[in-house]
Structure formats: structure tokens, C-alpha cells
Design a protein around this ligand. Structure first.
Ligand SMILES: *Cc1c(COP(=O)(O)O)cnc(C)c1O
Length: 714
């Protein structure tokens, strides 16, 4: 018989590698031990195991073949970790001795590790997971935020409230990184503002390691102690120092651990200071001048930009730069003006602030946007940096974002694909042939699976709405209504994302009279689920939320339009797995890629979107719905008006009729055909395996080999 200690030890070990979170068998293992507790700890297995009473564990072991399931999970993890038969073994062998160092200010791996705010972080998390699955040697570098991003709730007026909770490191899947002498590693950075120190944590993401710097260590000044408390929480002073720690500190950590990367991948400009520290180290090690070291470092550096809006790029006043990087500047033997010039489009323009994207572009020979359209927008935006080239030759290509399939796919859908696409389909997601057999799936089976998922989503939403109403003391009637919100058979449209202005959350709700008609249609009703956070400083974003919440409180709309609070990876997963339609209506071309629609696609939802970001290259007329024809207008209000008109027309003319057009079996054959078209034509392209393989072949290998950029610029 398995001893209890052994049982709990094995479970704890499973909990210490985030691999568990993309294994449905392991997730259900935790959940089934105590579903209520599992939910109440926000799916955090470390906290879960700490709080699970020993007698419950014993009882469940007797009831659910627990030990053999634990052993099975344990064996699979061990096999996964030592697997040498991966794509990367063959195709990324040149990175084995010297891995890729992947820098990002946020990583969204799971809701229980709150060091992300939105799409950028989730993308970075998915990148690490696919690198692990593919066996691509890559180390992530980020910051550990004790309080993470804020938790959102709404007050009785629908106004966003932010709550910052201190994470307890004992409950996070992190381990102390020690230096060569066996004591906890501490790195320090000299600045004109005092020495900044940080400790380092390790997170195991399958076979990939993520290193997180944390400034909460003795010896730091009061303000530095709290430097990494919050993600995107501080002013420019905090931001630049966080970025100093991420970039310069990150390179120092690698160095202290004896890791010599062959590639630096900067995921967004936040980490661009990493290049400067690499240059410093090269100058020192090889006794070469700045100019030569820049060439070496630029050759090995890959920069991914994510921001199609000029104002969205990080910029700092020169004084702040000098305060924090003056010491590094001296070590680089650069004058104040030369150093500031590195962050300027026009180096001698003293009024131009120091821009992290400009720095990153100057320090890299491989730059890309995150969709074809975004590549084009970026080439136009940064053309002034390359005055001797025509715009189309600006050296910024594109690699379109993708999502990590095992993370985002519903277990029921995973089973369905397993039955029809072959047992190994998940390892072959990026092959078009894998998805061809989707045509052979029985229409009813696909439809029913999705309806089950929709019921599960509605259940989740009702639970959340009930808890929200209880928290606000809304009274028994409101709570009762929350428990029966939404209609299991109505066409369900999901919209969840950051409440940034350009994403135009309220667009679809403009005409309240029409809305009421469509929602209460006796034979073709529709309903909406909204979620998303506004940045704490974004008053306008909060107003957008409030406007939607006011609509949800209207008698005629109540419980057919709902707002789920505290959008995070958990809420995202529930939504993308259960809706019929995923709506996205950004102001083109401001959505760099967007990835939530890709998650929804995998689960059989149809995208209904402006032709922006990934959808501009994905939509082919038969695999979802387009809003408009990909036009823009220099006057935002004109663009909004046109797009709303196009949205309404497509919604009433195409989306609703196709969904409700049922045959004698009660199946919407045209809809199901479109779902299959979407899966066949898109699933193999818009996933993170394909994305990471593109990075390896077009960026990492050339960068590691000192060659120039291979990124397509179509
Ligand atoms: C996927 C995801 C996003 C990104 O969604 P977009 O389509 O890029 O807006 C943001 N937040 C969370 C929690 C996500 O899971």
C-alpha cells in the first residue's frame, strides 16, 4: 500500500511543475479530490494540497483509484521531462549548448501565478509552453510581482474597484535559485540612485525554465523593496527601474548561473536594456570597443514589437534614463548625448524622449510584428529610423501570434479530436493534414459537444454572477435572477479583453432599442457575455465598463447581457470554450494580433471580427464572419459609425440566420460547415507550436549563427 506521505509528496511534486496545467488528466485529478476546495483556491494546487485535510485525501484515495492515477501522471511527467525525441532535438539542435533567453515583462501561464495582465503575458506563457513541448532550448526571464496585476470587482454603480493582494511565496510554484556557492543568488545593479538588488526564483514550465527577479530583498531602499510589487502599477520612475531590473538584471542572472545564451529574444521593448548589458559584458570579456560589441549583440538579438499605436511605446525622459543607467553608460564608454541618441529616432533631437522600441530596434538585427498587417503598420511607423530605405524594405517582418493548444482547448473537445484526428493529433497540430479529417466528424457530435460546453459556461457564469450579487448585497431577488441568467439555447456571443479604447467594447450595444429586439426575439434570441479590466489609470475604460454594466441592469436586458468580473486566464478559458461566437471589433489597424479569437476557434466557436490583426489574414469568406472590408478612416467617429453599421448588417444578415437555420434533425448544417471550415483552414496555422517553430527557423537559428533576418515581409 502507498503511504500517505508518499502520496502527498508525489502530488506536491506534480504541483511544482506547471506542466500539470495543460494536462487535463492531472487537472481533473486535483479537482476530483475536492472540487469545492479546488475552486476556492483559484485552482492553485500548492495551496490546495496545503489545505486538503489528510483524512479527505485518505478517503478519496479509497474511492477514486487515486494512487494509480497519481503514478500514471507521475510517470508521464518523468517521460515528458526526459523525452529526447522532440522536434527541437532535430531542428533546434544548434541551440542546445547555448539556449535562447526570452525576456518578457509578464508571463501568463496560469491563473494561480498572477504575473500577467493580458494578451502580451499570455502570449509569453504560451511561447514557453510550446517551446517545452517542442523541446526548444529556451529560458524565460521576467519579474516576480508580489501583488501581480489587480483583482477587479465592480461597485454598486458599476465602477471598477482594484484590489491588490499580496501573494504568499509559499503558495506559488517558485523555488529559490542559488548561486555557485549554494546560497540564494542575489544580483545587484549600480545606479546613480543607489544599488538595486534582487533575488531570483525559478518556475518549472515543463522542460522550460522561467527565472523571475524579485527586488524584495534586504539591503534595498524602501522604494526598491516595493519595486516589483505591481505589474504596470507605478509611474515612469518605477517603470524604468523595473525595466532596468528585467533587462540588465536578467542578463546578470544568466551570467551568474553560467548560462551563455546564443539568442536574446526581447518580447516587447520593456526588456531592451538587456542588449546594453550584453554589450557591456562583450566589451569587457573580449576587450572590444562599443561599436564592435553592438554588431555582435545585434546579430544575436530578436525583437518582437506588439504596439501598432505610436503613443503606446514606452518612452522616458533623459534625466530618468541617466539616473538609472548612468553607471552602465559610463561602463560602455559613451557620452551622455551618444547614449541618449540610442533611444531616439533623431539622435541629436534633445527634445525626443528615450524610447524603448527605438533602442530595441537599434540593438537587434531581427525584428518582427505579430501579424502580417501589424508588420506593415510597424514598417510605416518606424520608417524614419531607416531613411535610406523604401518603406517596404524597413527590416521589420512578422510572425503571427498563436496559442498553446493544450492550454486553451476544452477537455471534451480534446477527446473529440482524439477520436477523429488520430491519437497523436496534439503533437501534430501544426500540420494541415491533421485537420483534414475534421470533415469526417459527425455534425451532431460536434454540435452536441459544443452545446455541452455552452451549458458548462452558463453554469460558470451563473455561479460568478451570484457571487458578485452576494458580495454587493444586492438582495434575494437579484441573487435568484443571477442563478437563472442566460438561456441555454440562445446564440451566445462572447466579448472579453482589456477595456482599451481602441477595442471599442460598447460598439455592439450602441442601439439599445435594436438590442432589446434581438435579445427578445421569440425564435432567434441572442445574448452577450462581457468581461475585461480597464487599466487603473484609464478613466475612459472604466466608463466603458460602467456603461455596459448599466445596460446589464436594465430590466429588458437583464441576464441576457452579463458582465463577469475579474477577467483572468480562468475566465478567458471558460469563455472561449463555451461561446458560439467570439466578437472582436477593434479600430483597425490597432489590434496587433489578438489571440483570444484563436482560442475560441480551437473550441469550435466562430469568429465575428473586424479584419484586423490575425483575422485580417485568417478570414477567407467561409471560416467565420468579417465586419466590414478592412477599411479604416482618419476620423475615429466616422470609422466607428461605419463599423457599427457593418457589424449590425452581418449580425442580422448572416450570423443569426445561419445559427438558427436548422434542418429536420435540429442541426444548423450551414453553421457546422463553417465551424469545420474554420478548424480545417485555421487551427494548424494559429497555434503556438507553429509560432515557436517560425521563430526557431526564421529568427533563432539565424541569430545564433550570426546570420541576418529571415522573417518574411509580405
Ligand atoms: C488571451 C487573453 C488575452 C488576449 O486577448 P486579445 O484577443 O489579444 O484581446 C487577454 N487576457 C487574457 C486573460 C487572455 O487569456
Amino acid at each position: 500500500m502507498v503511504g500517505q506521505t508518499q502520496r502527498i509528496d508525489k502530488l506536491r511534486e506534480l504541483a511544482r511543475n506547471l506542466w500539470w496545467c495543460w494536462q487535463p488528466n492531472v487537472v481533473s485529478l486535483f479537482r476530483e479530490l475536492d472540487p469545492q476546495l479546488w475552486r476556492s483556491v483559484d485552482h492553485n494546487p500548492i495551496e490546495f494540497l496545503k489545505r486538503l485535510p489528510a483524512e479527505v485525501l485518505d478517503r478519496r484515495a479509497a474511492e477514486m483509484a487515486l494512487d494509480s492515477r497519481i503514478d500514471y501522471a507521475f510517470r508521464r511527467l518523468a517521460e515528458y521531462l526526459k523525452n529526447t525525441d522532440s522536434w527541437g532535438t532535430v531542428y533546434a539542435a544548434n541551440l542546445r549548448a547555448r539556449p535562447v533567453a526570452y525576456f518578457s515583462a509578464e508571463f501568463g501561464l496560469h491563473e494561480s501565478l498572477p504575473i500577467y495582465s493580458g494578451g502580451l503575458g499570455v502570449l509569453a506563457g504560451d511561447h514557453l509552453k510550446s517551446a517545452s513541448d517542442l523541446g526548444v532550448p529556451l529560458i524565460g526571464i521576467g519579474l516576480l510581482y508580489d501583488q501581480g496585476y489587480f483583482r477587479q470587482s465592480l461597485d454598486i454603480n458599476g465602477w471598477q474597484q482594484e484590489e491588490y493582494l499580496n501573494a504568499n511565496p509559499d503558495l506559488l510554484p517558485i523555488e529559490t535559485v542559488t548561486g555557485t556557492d549554494g546560497t540564494p543568488l542575489i544580483i545587484s545593479i549600480e545606479t546613480n540612485n543607489g544599488v538595486l538588488k534582487a533575488r531570483v526564483w525559478r518556475v518549472n514550465v515543463g522542460r522550460t525554465t522561467l527565472l523571475l527577479l524579485d527586488s524584495n530583498v534586504p539591503g534595498n531602499s524602501e522604494s526598491d523593496l516595493a519595486l516589483t510589487a505591481r505589474l504596470y502599477g507605478g509611474d515612469a520612475r518605477v517603470r524604468i527601474r523595473q525595466e532596468l531590473l528585467l533587462g540588465v538584471g536578467g542578463v546578470r542572472v544568466l551570467n551568474a548561473l553560467g548560462i551563455h545564451p546564443s539568442v536574446l529574444h526581447l518580447n516587447e521593448g520593456h526588456s531592451a536594456f538587456a542588449g546594453l548589458e550584453m554589450i557591456r559584458a562583450e566589451m569587457e570579456a573580449n576587450e572590444i570597443p562599443f561599436g564592435e560589441a553592438v554588431r555582435d549583440v545585434a546579430r544575436m538579438t530578436v525583437f518582437t514589437t506588439h504596439t501598432p499605436v505610436a503613443a503606446g511605446h514606452d518612452r522616458f525622459p533623459a534625466t530618468l534614463v541617466e539616473e538609472n543607467l548612468g553607471k552602465l553608460r559610463e561602463a560602455l564608454h559613451l557620452s551622455y548625448d551618444d547614449f541618449m541618441g540610442l533611444g531616439r529616432v533623431y539622435p541629436t533631437d534633445l527634445n525626443e524622449p528615450y524610447c524603448m522600441t527605438v533602442l530595441a530596434l537599434k540593438l537587434s538585427r531581427h525584428a518582427n510584428g505579430v501579424s502580417a498587417l501589424h508588420g506593415q503598420v510597424s514598417r510605416r511607423m518606424w520608417h524614419p529610423l531607416y531613411p535610406n530605405r523604401p518603406e517596404e524594405s524597413v527590416p521589420i517582418g512578422h510572425i503571427t501570434n498563436g496559442v498553446h493548444v493544450p492550454t486553451w482547448i476544452a477537455p471534451q473537445m480534446q477527446l473529440l479530436y482524439g477520436r477523429h484526428l488520430g491519437p497523436d493529433w496534439i503533437k501534430q497540430v501544426r500540420n494541415p493534414e491533421t485537420w483534414e479529417s475534421i470533415e469526417a466528424v459527425d455534425d451532431a457530435e460536434l454540435w452536441e459537444t459544443q452545446q455541452v460546453l455552452k451549458a458548462r459556461l452558463i453554469d460558470f457564469v451563473r455561479r460568478r454572477l451570484t457571487a458578485q450579487a452576494q458580495k454587493r448585497d444586492e438582495g434575494a431577488a437579484a441573487i435568484e435572477r443571477a442563478q437563472s441568467a442566460l438561456d441555454l439555447n440562445a446564440l451566445t456571443i462572447g466579448f472579453a479583453r482589456r477595456f482599451a479604447t481602441y477595442k471599442r467594447a460598447g460598439l455592439v450595444l450602441q442601439d439599445v432599442e435594436r438590442l432589446i429586439e434581438m435579445i427578445h426575439s421569440s425564435d432567434r434570441p441572442i445574448q452577450f457575455i462581457f468581461a475585461g479590466k480597464a487599466h487603473p489609470e484609464d478613466h475612459f475604460g472604466k466608463e466603458l465598463i460602467q456603461n455596459i454594466v448599466r445596460l446589464t441592469r436594465k430590466e429588458e436586458l437583464s441576464h441576457r447581457i452579463v458582465f463577469v468580473e475579474d477577467y483572468d486566464i480562468n475566465v478567458a478559458r471558460q469563455l472561449v470554450q463555451g461561446v458560439d461566437v467570439w466578437l472582436n471589433n477593434p479600430r483597425r489597424p490597432q489590434e496587433a494580433s489578438g489571440t483570444s479569437g484563436e482560442k475560441a476557434l480551437l473550441n469550435g466557436a466562430l469568429n465575428f471580427s473586424i479584419l484586423d490583426g490575425w483575422w485580417a489574414e485568417a478570414y477567407d469568406g467561409t471560416n467565420g464572419f468579417a465586419i466590414g472590408y478592412g477599411q479604416s478612416h482618419s476620423v475615429p467617429s466616422v470609422q466607428d459609425e461605419r463599423d457599427y453599421k457593418a457589424l449590425s448588417e452581418t449580425l442580422t444578415g448572416q450570423v443569426i440566420p445561419l445559427f438558427y437555420n436548422r434542418d429536420t434533425d435540429g442541426l444548423p448544417r450551414g453553421w457546422i460547415k463553417r465551424q469545420k471550415n474554420a478548424l480545417r483552414s485555421l487551427a494548424w496555422r494559429f497555434n503556438a507550436d507553429r509560432m515557436v517553430m517560425d521563430y526557431v527557423q526564421n529568427c533563432y537559428l539565424p541569430a545564433a549563427g550570426g546570420q541576418s533576418c529571415q522573417v518574411p515581409q509580405s
